[in-house]
Write a protein that binds this ligand. Sequence first.
Ligand code: ADP
Length: 391
Amino acid sequence: MLVLVANLGSTSFKYRLFRMDENGGNDIAKGGYERVTDYAAVIEDALATLQRDGIIGSPDEIDAVGFKTVLGKDLSGCVIADQKVIDALEGFTAVAPAHNPPYAAGIRQFEKSLPKARLVALFETAFYQWISAASAHYAIPRAWRDIGIRRYGFHGASHKFIAERSAELCDRTDVAEIVRRLYLDGPQPVSGSALRVISCHLGGSSSVTGILNGVAIGTSMGFSPQSGLPQNNRVGDLDSGALPYAMRTLGISLDEAERQLTKESGLLGLSGVSNDIRDINAAAAQGNADAQLAIDALVHSIRHWIGAFNFELGGLDALVFTAGIGENGSDLRAAVCKNLEGFGILLDPDKNSACRASEAMISDDDSLVKIMVIPANEELVLAREVFRKLS
Ligand code: ADP
C-alpha cells in the first residue's frame, strides 16, 4: 500500500511517501515547500514531481493519504478524513489557529487531486480517548464544559509510538500488540504484571504522558497546545488569574495577551535569549542567569509530571525520552533524573552522554526503572496507523 503522509503547516507543506505492508514499511520519497500560499498548487506540484522522478507511474497509484490533524471539536481517533473531520477542525479553529485551517484546506485539496485515494486523519488527541473523567475535566461551570473545554492532550502519535516501542524493549510483546491494535480494538487487559511507562516528548513543543499497559492515563497537555510544560515560545501551564491581571495592569487587549503567550513566552520568554534550547544552554554556560532559569523551569516541570504519573501508575517500569531535546539533550536528561535513586531511577552517566539521537538504554544496570531514548518518527507512525485502519 502506498501511503502519502501530508504534513501541513500554516505556511508549509511537507510530504513523505511510504510503501507499507504487514511487516512495516519504508519511506520511498519525501519533499516539501516553504512559504506556501496556495496548497492546491504545491500539492499538484508534489504529485507531478513524484511522477517525473519515476517514484510513481501515476498519482492514482497512491492508495491513501494520512493527515496528523491536531484537535477536532467532538471528534478524535483515527478516522476517515471526510466532511465531518473538516467540520470538527473548523469547529476548533479558534483553539488551534495555526494547525486546523491548513489541514482542512489540505483534506479538501487531496479530495480533488487524488479522488481514488482513501484519506485518513489521525488526531493528535486520539491516544487520550481513554483517560479518566477525573483526569480530563477542569473544575469549570457546566456551560464551559458544554462548549468543549476539557483536557485533550497532544503529541498522541509520538507517545503512542513510545508506548509500543518501549513495550518491545521491555520484552512485553503482549503490550506492544495491544498498542498496535489500540485504535481498532480499544484497551485490552494484560495477563501478566502491569507495564507502567512515562513518555517525555521534549522538542519545540513538549509533553509528558503516563501510560499503563499501552494506554495513556493522563498527560501534561490540556485543552490547547498552549498548556503543560514550558514550550519553545508558548507559555505552558499558567494560572488563569494571571491573564485578566496582566491585561488590566499592562493595558493590553486579549489578542495582544494571546500573542505574547503564544509567541513571546515559554523558553524564549523566560530566557530572553532564544526559543532553542541549544542557544539557551550556550548562554547559561556563559553565566546568563535567565537562560539557566529557563532550563531549570523546564526540568522542574518535567519532573513535576514524572512525579505525578509515577504516583498515579503506582510505580514505574520505563522512563522514555524522545523528540529533539529528549533525544539530544544529555545534560537535560541527567538533570531530570537527578536524585531519583529512591524511586528506582538511576542513570548511567556514560551511556547517557554517549547517546545522541539514537535508540539506547541509558539506565544503570542496577536501576529498577529502564531509562530509554527512543527517536521520534511521527510520519512513520502515521503511515502505520493509516495502513492498519485500511487493512
Ligand atoms: P518539533 O517539536 O518542532 O518537531 P523537534 O522534536 O525537532 O521539534 O525538537 C526541536 C528542538 O530540539 C529544538 O528546539 C532544539 O532545542 C532541540 N535540539 C535539536 N538538536 C539538539 C541538540 N543537538 N542538542 C540539544 N537540543 C537539540
